[in-house]
Design a protein. Structure first.
Length: 177
């Protein structure tokens, strides 16, 4: 049976904005990319974007072994492929690939990691990896990678929940992809 969304593609368009921060004695500007997503019917996308998706599918299926082979098969330049490859995904692929990395500074108390993992589970996220440092001066740093495809709420709500746990001194997102 054919899915109603089989030919629907999700196309991301990055918008840049600046965030100012204080880094000890040095002031600086970091540029972050805020992504906005649009659900777009396949027939209105430019050819280069569609061909990029075709190359990605050829590579995934093994019908093309290299990017060079793939772009030659569909008639696309390599530069166009690399320009669009991170911005176009089939909608079902994007749902599976939402992963964030969170850094937490935790008090060294029995059951603290269990509270954190419980909070993540309550929000509908799935922990993929955990990396914990040895506690020094009563605190440990924990870095967790979490799949957020099935969050019950917004990511910010989960982060707020983590920061609200007694013994969590800091919880921040350090990576997303």
């Amino acid at each position: 049976m054919q899915s109603r969304y089989e030919n629907v593609l999700l196309f991301s368009v990055p918008f840049k904005y600046n965030v100012h921060y204080i880094n000890t004695k040095v002031f600086g500007v970091r540029t972050f990319v805020k992504e906005r997503y649009y659900l777009v019917r396949e027939d209105i996308l430019p050819d280069a974007v569609l061909k990029t998706m075709q190359v990605k599918q050829l590579l995934e299926a093994g019908d093309a072994k290299t990017v060079h082979e793939g772009v030659e098969q569909v008639g696309l330049s390599r530069s166009a492929f690399y320009k669009y490859k991170d911005g176009i995904h089939l909608i079902h692929q994007l749902e599976r690939e939402r992963i964030v990395t969170i850094s937490l500074d935790l008090e060294h108390e029995s059951g603290m990691l269990s509270k954190v993992l419980g909070c993540v589970a309550v929000h509908g996220a799935n922990v993929l990896t955990i990396n914990q440092s040895i506690p020094l001066q009563g605190r440990a740093n924990v870095v967790i990678s979490v799949e957020i495809s099935h969050l019950n709420e917004e990511l910010g709500d989960m982060l707020e929940g983590l920061n609200g746990i007694s013994g969590v001194k800091r919880a921040v997102i350090i990576g997303q992809g």
